[in-house]
Design a protein around this ligand. Structure first.
Ligand SMILES: Nc1ncnc2c1ncn2[C@@H]1O[C@H](COP(=O)(O)OP(=O)(O)OP(=O)(O)O)[C@@H](O)[C@H]1O
Ligand SMILES: [Mg+2]
Length: 1010
């Protein structure tokens, strides 16, 4: 597989060069990885060479060969790896060089003892970016070779540096870990440790890294399009792509941290909106799209700042049945014929990539869910932005967004569900009503809600927890968290059961029996979905097995060690900066075996015994602990016996790292010992250490028992892990129910706090909103002690389009957005900010608001406006809801009016969508007089005789031809002289008509100096 990363926007010149280097140098990665000879033998590397040359010839890259870490290969003969004239590098560096060649598209981090190190070019390039000290080291004394650059950081800081490399710099990072070589290998003269790249981390393949955003999904998306469709000699612009005939596009995306797996079949025009909804961290495309002939899709994706990885298509694409080994063990509701060919292609390439990045680790994804466009309201890319659903337009912050004001969820995965629902509201009346029932139930029974929220707050992110176990991770702490979550889930189920019983005892009010019956049913239905029997057994096993006290003691020790490591790392880095040869590291940071569960320490390290498993958790453990106890007693007895025999009270039986098992005395006892143990191992004036054969024998047995206990603990832990994976499907299903409860409680709280009402949804194409409000603006105003003026919106059968005029700052834009938001909230399953809301289902929400340019992509302000408008006029249906704010303002008034009119005309006659259209081109109200189903509405300014004024934010029927722009200009602080000039000009530019009654003129209603 060929993997290349294209970093996103904001690359400086230097980075571009680096990027180019990646483009040409990364080709070999997969050739190595796919090869059956992972030792980097000449056959494999030759293939790599050819590939590079071919690419170089084609791309005419003019980068200095010195830039390539593998530069020497260009002149190498058939024999590879690169033969250096000088003796080879020392084994560690040779391993690093080999790995750098194998994974040349990655930054390589090599574990060396307690550190991760970068060498050669990686150190040169990334040490400054990571703020690490770089040092140079000769490989051998007197060597002619240039000194090798190196830079590193303590291993426990891996996450911190991964974050910078992967998340901030969008790099692919290969992590090369240390594995203990078994004794037979060591005997053959191999190193004590082998280093192997165990994982490649990319922005889209995070599993449990601490820097991952817990509140959002971390999606990796694969896009499949027939490249032939994109092949066109014309413009590479986005417009040309969106104007292509309808073309099927397959999407597949996963979140490796939660196991979510989804697919969708869409078309090229809807692609940007689908991607905006999914919000992937990384996108995989076939390498063919790097070809300038096909690269229009890349331009579209880059425009939105996405990180793209190119992957050479696999020779044999995975079929759906070949996905199964990577899925959890439920196949009954998984029909492989459901997926169409483009989804299969996207899914296949996605799993191919994941397999490669995990380098052989397995994963158990959830059964893929097809995202059917018809089942969801589509919120186009511009609406997501314009309605500030996830972040504000102005500075892209979360604070101030709709989500921020809605987020009352208490769990991380509940928040992820909230985001998913809000980005793709439902189109199913029954789904929406079920969600609303649950919310209403939680409003009506605040105590139940309070209990739920308290219990949910005690759960852990079980979706991410269990998924960790499927990729061979997850330690004792994770198990404890999981078992606590299972217990809490049982309590939640119990609370619901109790609620249902007491609720059923109350007779149903016959006046609204049907709705009441349905609502009563929502909690029992939800409760029945819990599958608790086996998970509870698992929780019990975990509880019985893991010794939480031991575990926290273990953590205390680890924390102490980490603190020690910080000190040491300062020392070591200090020395490296001094260009001193790296001496063997102090004993305490000598390489430790690679451990999946870091809670285990090596056996006989002389510390107090700290066990993380309870002794009764397995028969063997019980036996071994019994043995250990009796041996410990034997030791005490022996000590006692020796003290009496020799007459030395100070005698202790000890273990030290250097002398192993020894007897130790001090003071006057030193002399007494000599008679019995003449041979001393070490002595000082007042102490003496010596060997006691019985203690050496017993000590060795103690060590062995401890070692066996550790191993048995590991085995039991492994069994528990397997148990978790066996319960995977049930645990995930339970987690999903908790998420639904969390979202329902959050919406209930929101509705109670903010006075939202339950919307009534139907299949009409009308909006009947009374007293609607903008939830975010309202909160903002309230914080300033101001009130929000509610407004009605009655679009649909009678008046399909509302054409809105009025002064600047009077609230037109706010009104447009609030109605789109109310629709979205309703179909998400939330109550809405209004006094009453009856809404016909909306299939798509479109927004054309604000203006921005995109000069880099060859798009002026007006071009952007027209692109967005074009999209709406092409896609909106009679079931859609469109808001258009000041279309046509980016050009001359005449042109603007013409474009504005054309849009209204098209929306009215062709799209027939519900539309709110705000404009300062008052002529439009005159021009559309013949549009029967178009109503004119406006808001006003109230002027006082003393010159003061206020905005009347209430919408009324009619047209307001006064924009009162100068009032806003004055408030904004335009110099008075400038205001005076403007007022003069305005007086001369008197519009021919001033009020509503006299409105026969059309577009040319302005006269200068008349
Ligand atoms: N219904 C309302 N009640 C109270 N204040 C409101 C209301 N609507 C808007 N506002 C306030 O007025 C400000 C301006 O609103 P908005 O941007 O919607 O005006 P506008 O009519 O679109 O102006 P312009 O024509 O300049 O674009 C808002 O930021 C808000 O503070
Ligand atoms: Mg506005």
């Amino acid at each position: 597989m060929l993997a290349r990363s294209v970093a996103r926007k904001g690359l400086g010149r230097q980075s571009n060069l680096r990027l180019a280097r990646h483009l040409t140098s990364c080709a070999p990665a997969s050739l190595f990885c796919d090869a059956t000879r992972p030792d980097g033998s000449s056959r494999v590397q030759l293939r790599w060479l050819h590939s590079t040359r071919a690419r170089k010839a084609k791309r005419q890259t003019t980068i200095d060969l010195d830039e390539f870490p593998q530069g020497a290969i260009e002149v190498a003969s058939d024999k590879l790896p690169p033969q250096d004239e000088e003796p080879e590098y020392p084994p560690l560096l040779q391993q690093v060089r080999n790995n750098m060649l194998k994974f040349s598209h990655c930054v390589l981090l090599t574990r060396v003892g307690g550190f991760y190190e970068m060498y050669f070019d990686d150190a040169d390039e990334y040490a400054p970016l990571l703020n690490l000290k770089k040092s140079k080291r000769k490989t051998q004394k007197g060597s002619k070779r240039p000194a090798v650059s190196m830079a590193g950081f303590p291993a426990y800081q891996l996450d911190r540096y991964l974050k910078i490399l992967v998340q901030d710099l969008s790099k692919h990072v290969a992590i090369c870990d240390e594995f203990v070589n078994e004794a037979p290998k060591k005997a053959k003269g191999e190193l004590a440790y082998t280093r192997r790249v165990s994982r490649i981390v990319t922005p889209g393949t995070l599993i449990d890294e601490h820097f991952m955003d817990p509140w959002e999904n971390n999606y990796l998306l694969s896009i499949h399009i027939d490249p032939k469709v994109l092949k066109s000699p014309g413009s590479v612009g986005v417009a040309s792509l969106l104007n292509l005939p309808r073309t099927e596009v397959g999407l597949a995306w996963i979140d490796l941290s939660s196991g979510d797996f989804l697919t969708q079949c869409t078309d090229i025009a809807s692609l940007p909106s689908a991607i905006a909804r999914i919000k992937p961290r990384e996108i995989i495309l076939d390498t063919i799209f790097q070809d300038p002939q096909h690269s229009r899709i890349v331009s579209v994706l880059q425009e939105d700042g996405h990180i793209i990885t190119f992957q050479e298509p696999s020779q044999q694409p995975l079929t759906v049945s070949e996905w199964i080994p990577m899925l959890e063990a439920v196949v009954e509701d998984f029909d492989i014929d459901d997926f169409n060919s483009s989804e299969v292609a996207a899914g296949g390439s996605l799993l191919h990539y994941v397999n490669h990045q995990l380098l052989g680790s397995t994963t158990r994804l959830q059964i893929p869910v097809r995202h059917q466009a018809d089942d969801h309201m589509s919120i186009d890319k511009n609406s997501l932005r314009a309605l500030e659903i996830r972040s504000t337009i102005r500075d892209g912050t979360f604070e101030g967004s709709l989500l921020h004001s809605l987020k009352k969820t208490v769990t991380k995965s509940g928040t992820r569900l909230l985001i998913q629902r809000l980005s793709a509201p439902s189109m199913s009346l029954s789904t929406i009503n079920n969600r609303l029932d649950l919310v209403e139930e939680m409003i009506q029974y605040p105590q139940l809600r309070q209990d739920m929220v308290t219990l949910l707050g005690q759960t852990f992110d079980s979706l991410r927890l269990v998924t960790k176990f499927t990729v061979g991770r997850g330690d004792a702490d994770d198990l404890v968290e999981l078992s606590k979550t299972i217990s809490t889930t049982s309590q939640i189920a119990e609370s619901i059961r109790e609620h249902v019983v007491s609720r059923n005892a109350i007779p149903i009010d016959p006046t609204n029996a049907a709705t009441e019956e349905r609502r009563r049913n929502c909690l029992p239905v939800l409760e029945k979905r819990f599958e608790l029997a086996q998970p509870q057994q698992l929780a019990k096993r975990i509880e019985d097995a893991i010794d939480e006290e031991g575990l926290s003691e273990q953590h205390r020790i680890e924390d102490d060690e980490a603190a020690e490591m910080v000190e040491l790392s300062q020392d070591v880095l200090g020395r490296e900066a001094g260009e001193e040869d790296l001496k063997p590291l102090p004993k305490r940071v000598q390489p430790k075996p690679h451990m999946i569960a870091p809670s285990f320490k090596s056996a006989a390290d002389g510390r107090e015994d700290v066990w993380i498993m309870k002794r009764h958790s397995s028969k063997t453990l019980e036996l071994l602990h019994g043995k250990l106890d009796s041996m410990t007693q034997e030791k005490i007895d022996l000590e006692q016996k020796l003290r009496q025999l020799i007459g030395t009270d100070s005698l202790t039986l000890k273990w030290t790292p250097n002398l192993a098992h020894i007897g130790h005395v001090k003071g006057k006892d030193v002399a007494r010992v000599t008679k019995f143990y003449p041979k001393s191992l070490s002595s000082s004036k007042s102490t003496r250490s010596f060997q006691i054969p019985e203690w050496t024998r017993l000590g060795a047995q103690l060590d062995e028992t401890r070692f066996r206990i550790r191993n048995e603990e590991k085995r039991v832990l492994g069994e528990l892990r397997e148990d978790v994976v066996r319960n995977l499907v049930k645990l995930r299903r339970n987690a999903a129910i908790l998420d639904e409860l969390d979202v329902a409680c959050a919406f209930a709280l929101l509705a109670s706090e903010k006075g939202f009402v339950r919307p009534i949804l139907n299949s009409s194409t009308s909006h009947h909103i009374v007293g609607g409000r903008h939830p975010v603006v309202e909160t903002g105003l309230r914080d300033q002690g101001r009130k929000f003026a509610p407004n009605d919106c009655l679009t649909g059968e009678k008046e399909r389009i509302w054409l809105i005029t009025g002064p600047n700052m009077a609230g037109k834009s706010t009104y447009l957005r609030q109605n789109a938001i109310i629709s979205i909230l309703a179909q998400t399953g939330s109550f809405v900010p209004a006094e009453y809301a009856e809404i016909g289902l909306v299939d798509k929400v479109f927004s054309r608001v604000g203006s921005a340019d995109n000069l880099y992509q060859d798009q002026s302000t007006f071009m952007v406006e027209m692109l967005e408008t074009a999209q709406i006029l092409k896609e909106a249906t009679p079931r859609s809801f469109v808001i258009m704010d000041e279309v046509g303002r980016g050009t001359t008034p005449e042109d603007g009016i013409a474009v504005g009119y054309a849009c209204l005309h098209h929306l009215y006659h062709v799209n027939q969508s519900r539309t709110l259209f705000a404009t300062h081109f008052h002529a439009l109200t005159d021009m559309t007089r013949g549009f029967e189903k178009l109503g004119c509405y406006c808001n006003d300014v109230a002027e006082e005789p003393n010159g003061s004024f206020s905005y009347i934010h209430r919408m009324r029927r009619g047209v307001n031809r006064q924009s009162h722009a100068l009032k806003v200009a004055r408030v904004a602080g335009l110099p008075e002289e400038a205001i005076a000039v403007a007022a003069d000009v305005l007086a001369q530019l008197k519009p021919v008509q001033k009020d509503d009654a006299d409105a026969s003129q059309t577009s040319s209603s302005y006269a200068f100096g008349a």
